[in-house]
Design a binder for this molecule. Structure first.
Ligand code: 13P
Length: 334
């Protein structure tokens, strides 16, 4: 990394991890975006995806609560219906544009029915293009499944892929978001999740260090430590906060500027309350959100694909963004 790239990743990681702000994740692949649109009876066309992303990114006042937004490639190169680049809508509100760079999951041969994440081939040249287009951070999501093991092979592959991606991103001036999502699926206890999360993050940091990734210029996107979705008992926000922070304090150096949680299938309210619980005492890093579903669910419901409901959709987004902003500050009350 040269000096310019070094400065760029440090500045942007700090901007994204700024008090009272977090990330709006709208980087669903076309297939996943199609599922969201289908939930309100819309076809998965480029025009419908554009209308939806335009609604989100032109929300007045969004920059007060949102510091970064992760886009899918289509949106990074897209304009609004009146010809304004989507990235300019973000920059006007001091929101840093980001880009999903992984190419998705495929089966991992030799494992216990697990998967690995593709996308390293050609990543350096794609990253350079994304930077030119205005992206300043990147995201790579791989997954680890507890019911499938996780096998030592799957954990190693996930960690190595994340580390190679992180090094390539920084080399191209992009802040890498490191996201090994430990899936909620399963009936395991919260103690099992803690044990797996500790294993995964130990390995991720081992390979990040081996690849000379600069920790001051990365952001993490962990899953919260919770019981499996089918476990007999639910955990309350205080328990989730205690387990999650214990895990992070054992594994994440304070040089890392920000922890930006994914919502992973939690309801909007659960995701907010859990984040609030995690910010009840000072943490070594900015502890915030990078939610997709937990920011978008009520927007889709309010919008219903109708132009007369755009304002209602934007109001719903702002309400969720504000709630999570307060939760980041530890000041949310239901
Ligand atoms: P969810 O918050 O819906 O789990 O999305 C996470 C994600 O990785 C999107 O960028």
């Amino acid at each position: 990394m040269n000096e310019r790239e070094h400065a760029s990743v440090c500045v942007h990681s700090k901007t994204i991890a700024s008090p009272g702000r977090g990330i709006l994740a709208i980087d669903e692949s076309n297939a996943t975006c199609g599922k969201r649109l289908a939930s309100i009876g819309l076809d998965n066309t480029e025009a419908n995806r554009q209308a939806y992303r335009q609604l989100l990114l032109t929300t007045p006042g969004l920059g007060q609560y949102i510091s970064g937004s992760i886009l899918f490639e289509e949106t990074l190169f897209q304009s609004t219906t009146d010809g304004k680049k989507m990235v300019d809508c973000l920059r006007e509100q001091n929101i840093v544009p980001g880009i999903k760079v992984d190419k998705g999951l495929v089966p991992l041969p030799g494992s216990n029915n697990e998967s690995w994440c593709q996308g390293l081939d050609g990543l350096a040249s794609r990253s350079a293009e994304y930077y030119k287009q205005g992206a300043r951070f990147a995201k790579w999501r791989t997954v680890v499944s507890i019911p499938c093991g996780p096998s030592a092979l799957a954990v190693k592959e996930a960690a190595w892929g994340l580390a190679r991606y992180a090094a390539i991103s920084q080399d191209n001036g992009l802040v890498p978001i490191v996201e090994p999502e430990i899936l909620l699926d399963g009936d395991h206890s919260i103690d099992t999740t803690l044990e797996v999360a500790e294993r995964v993050w130990a390995e991720v940091f081992y390979y990040l260090a081996e690849n000379n990734v600069m920790f001051e210029g990365i952001l993490l996107k962990p899953s919260m430590v919770t019981p499996g979705a089918d476990h007999k008992e639910k955990a309350d926000p205080e328990t989730i906060a205690k387990y999650t922070l214990t895990m992070l304090k054992r594994r994440v150096p304070p040089a890392v500027p920000g922890i930006m949680f994914l919502s992973g299938g939690q309801s909007e309210m659960e995701a907010t309350l859990n984040l609030h619980a995690m910010n009840q005492s000072p943490n070594p890093w900015h502890v915030s959100f990078s939610y997709a579903r937990a920011l978008q669910n009520s927007v889709l419901k309010a919008w219903q694909g109708r132009s007369e409901n755009v304002e209602a959709g934007q109001k719903a987004l702002l309400a969720r963004a504000k709630a999570n902003s307060l939760a980041q500050l530890g000041k949310y009350s239901a």
